[in-house]
Design a protein around this ligand. Sequence first.
Ligand code: NDP
Length: 331
Amino acid sequence: GREVHLKSRPDGIPTADNFAVHETEIPEPVHGRFLVRNEWISVDPYMRGRMRDTESYVPSFELNKPMEGGCVGRVVQSLNPDFVEGDCVLGNQGWREYWFSDGTDATKIDADKISPQAYLGVLGMTGMTAWVGLNTIGNLQPGDHVFVSAASGAVGSIVCQIARHKGCRVVGSAGSAKKIEWLKNTAGVDAVFNYHDVDDVSEKLGELCPDGIDLYFDNVGGDHLEGAIDNMNDFGRIVCCGMISTYNDAEPKPGPSNLFKIIAKRIRMQGFIVRDHMDQQPEFTKQMSDWIQSGEIHWEETVTEGLENAPQAFINLFHGDKMGKALVKLH
Ligand code: NDP
C-alpha cells in the first residue's frame, strides 16, 4: 500500500517537495487484528504544527515516516471477532492506504444514513470543535452578537450555524466571494466581509457590529484578533480555537497592540483543544445527527482525489479556494 511521508520540515508555506509517497508491503493480519483500507482521509490546519520540530500538544511528525490524521475506511481482512469485513471505521491513521488495528484505535461508524466522510467533518472532529468551543468555552447565550473568522471553513461554517440556531446575530469573515455568498445565502449569517477587500479589520467590524461583539470565535489570530478586541463588549468572551494566519510564520509576529483592552473590558479569553472534551461526544453526536437529518445544518466538502494529491490538498488550506471541509478520497 502507499503512504505519504514527511520528507523535510517546511519553511513557510509547505510545498510538494516536503512530502514523498512510498510503497510498502502489507502483511497478513495476526490474531486479534484487522486490516483497514482507507476511503477518506482528512487534512487539517493543526497538522502544520506537527511538521515543526518543536514541542506542542501533539508530538511532531517524524521525518521519513507516514504521517497521521483522521481517516475513514473499511475493514478488508479480520482476525478480530468484533470487526468484520465491510465494517466502516473511523481512525487516526490517515495519509496512507492501509492500516492495522486491534480495535483500540478504531471506532465503528454507521455510514447508512450519513455519509462516511461526515465523520471527519460536521459529525466529527471539526464539528465537535465548533460545538465545544461555542458552548463549553464560549458559554454561548441566545441573543449574543458573535463574530467568527475563517467562517466558511470546516469549523467556522458549523460555528456560524450553531450560533444562528441559538438565536444569535452572527458576523463572519472569509477570503473569497464564493465563500461570502455561501455564508450569506446558505449558512444564514447576518453580515459578512471578505478580509482581502478590507484595509482595516477593526474598522470593518465597527461598521458590521454596531452593538459590539459578545463572543469572538477566533480561527485566524493576527489582525482579526486585534480587530475583535477593539470591538468586544464589556465581559465579552474570546474563544481561541486556532490562529491559522500565523502557522507558516518562520518568526513569531508581534501580538495584538491592544491587549490592555482585555482588562478594561473585563474580557475572558480562553484556548482549548477539542480532544480534552471527548465526554461531550455522545451529546454532540446526538444533536448534530438530528440537525443533519432534519436538514438544519449545511456543510460543504472540497474533495481531492488520490493519495498522491493529499499534500496539495493540505497546502491548499493556507491559500486557495477550498470550501468547507478539506478531504482526500482514496480509491
Ligand atoms: P478550515 O476549513 O477553516 O481551513 C482553513 C481556512 O483558513 C482556509 O480555507 C482559509 O479560508 C483560512 N485561512 C488560511 N490562511 C489564512 C490567513 N492567513 N488569514 C485568514 N484566514 C486564513 O480549517 P478548520 O476549520 O479545520 O480549522 C479552523 C481553525 O480551527 C484552524 O485555525 C485550526 O487550527 C483550528 N482548530 C482547532 C481545534 C482545537 O481543538 N482547538 C480543532 C480543529 C481546528 P479563507 O479563504 O476564509 O481565508
